[in-house]
Design a protein around this ligand. Structure first.
Ligand code: FES
Length: 154
């Protein structure tokens, strides 16, 4: 092979590599810019059906889970003559044990260390009370005859 062909082959390879490098660089930059301008829909809020209102017993709880695996206790009660719905995490903020609703005492109870939360999810006894902890709540939406959980970032 003569020297002239070898030089032109090297020049051709350099040109191809330069074009490939520029394409990758500008492609990555373009993807970052597009991601910034149109963020992922995963970050948007989602509406998740939980139950029909007629199937939610008063002073009892229904357990539901979000796609991320968090479990909540949904309950209903009458406030100022209106039926209202509440959802609190069933994970104790102290050390993560499972909290349960005790309708006869109108409270959430954590059996691990005796944590007690009122019906608004505020700790009133036990270690969570000392640490001024609350049960994590879930935003709800009542539409027509059903209750939905609103999850995700705004
Ligand atoms: S884990 Fe609930 S009180 Fe400790």
């Amino acid at each position: 092979m003569d020297k002239k062909n070898e030089v032109s082959r090297k020049g051709f390879l350099r040109t191809v590599l330069a074009i490939a490098g520029l394409t990758i660089s500008y492609g990555t930059l373009g993807a970052v810019v597009l991601r910034f301008l149109w963020p992922s829909r995963k970050d948007a809020k989602q509406k998740i059906f939980i139950a029909l209102i007629k199937n939610i017993p008063e002073d009892q709880t229904i357990t539901f889970s979000t796609p991320s695996g968090e479990s909540y206790l949904l309950s209903s009660r009458v406030v100022d003559g209106q039926k209202e719905f509440f959802a609190f995490s069933n994970r104790c903020p102290h050390l993560g044990c499972k909290v349960k609703w005790e309708s006869e005492k109108s409270r959430f109870f954590c059996p691990c260390h005796g944590g007690v939360f009122n019906q608004n999810g505020i700790a009133i006894a036990g270690p969570p009370s000392k640490a001024k902890q609350v049960l994590k709540s879930c935003e709800l939406l009542v539409l027509d005859t059903a209750v939905y959980a609103i999850i995700g970032k705004s």
